[in-house]
Design a protein around this ligand. Structure first.
Ligand SMILES: [Fe+2]
Length: 317
């Protein structure tokens, strides 16, 4: 659909600048056309942070400021946010979570460079309010408005890679309240996008809810199934869309652990959490942190960075 307008324009200007440069260097050879320099291949180095769960207590605004500082210190090409930017929007009124949005936006504004955001379940506002207030007619409206996005799914290109940011949440009427799910309009959109994407172009998908994870088998035993609000329930249909394309990486959040899986030619990374165990420290051995991803052609290199926060949430809170 549409990438965030601002950086689309900036990306265009950058690309336009690059072609201008290429044209001028040819012109500067004084009519003697030399062969272009050998391509060094595609390379992108970016930060993927997820599950901030912004709130105002327990010095968490300070933690977020430190996370932003540590992310900026990486001097990455760009930044991707993996969702759950705030806490408990889903079951709260807009007024209740406004200070949490303010807290997250302070971190967001502190980040240097382009930031591409992904919707998490906590980022919906008043989908199912528990305080008796009226449910929002569009629980994604505040997320879009705060982040200046036209839509909760979109694509962007960087350094020859194409990124697909997905909306993996479907509000449900059962006890789970929502399911991990890629909607049919998104499936149609992906099909349409992929029809115009070269088969060898390296692609990256970002989904808050995982498309593939070993978390439940690893923590509950090998036969433990994931509940429908923890994984994308139509993951096979989604991955099948990419079967004849070059999907090198899927970035995912939601589970707050760091995990890397290789399935066929695709690497799946679950990127821990900026808030760790919901601001209580490490969760299953994953401390508060974020990811540095380096792509070199079809190769994925991944590093999880602990930004050094020591939890200040009281045990009884
Ligand atoms: Fe989540």
């Amino acid at each position: 659909m549409t990438a965030r307008r601002l950086f689309t324009r900036r990306g265009f200007l950058r690309r336009a600048g690059a072609s201008l440069l290429a044209t001028s260097s040819l012109a500067l050879t004084g009519g003697c056309l030399r062969s272009p320099p050998r391509s060094v291949g595609r390379r992108a180095r970016f930060v993927f942070f997820t599950d901030v769960h912004a709130r105002t207590e327990w010095d968490t605004p300070l933690a977020m400021a430190r996370a932003a500082q540590a992310i900026n210190a990486q001097q990455a090409d760009f930044i991707i946010g993996g969702g759950d930017l705030i806490t408990d929007g889903f079951q709260s009124s807009a007024a209740t979570v406004a200070p949490r949005w303010d807290a997250y936006m302070a971190m967001h504004r502190a980040l240097q460079g382009d930031v591409y955001s992904t919707l998490g379940n906590h980022d919906l506002v008043a989908a199912r309010p528990e305080d008796g207030s009226t449910p929002a007619s569009d629980p994604r409206a505040i997320y879009r408005e705060r982040l200046g996005l036209d839509n909760t799914w979109y694509t962007f290109d960087a350094a020859g890679y194409r990124f697909f940011i997905l909306d993996s949440i479907r509000v449900s009427d059962d006890a789970f309240k929502y399911h991990g799910y890629i909607s049919l309009p998104q499936i149609d959109w992906l099909q349409e996008q992929l029809a115009h994407t070269a088969r060898d172009q390296p692609l990256v998908v970002v989904s808050h809810v995982p498309l593939l994870t070993a978390f439940y088998a690893a923590t509950g035993g090998a036969t433990t199934a994931a509940p429908p609000n923890r994984v994308v329930t139509n993951n096979v249909a989604v991955l099948e869309l990419f079967a004849s394309h070059n999907l090198i990486l899927v970035l995912q959040g939601h589970l707050h652990v760091r995990e890397q899986l290789q399935w066929r030619d695709t690497t799946f990374i679950t990127g821990g959490a900026v808030c760790g165990r919901w601001w209580r420290g490490a969760w299953h051995g994953t401390p508060e942190g974020f990811n540095i991803i380096t792509l070199q052609d079809n190769h994925v290199d991944w590093q999880y960075v602990d930004y050094g926060w020591e939890a200040r949430r009281p045990a009884n809170a």
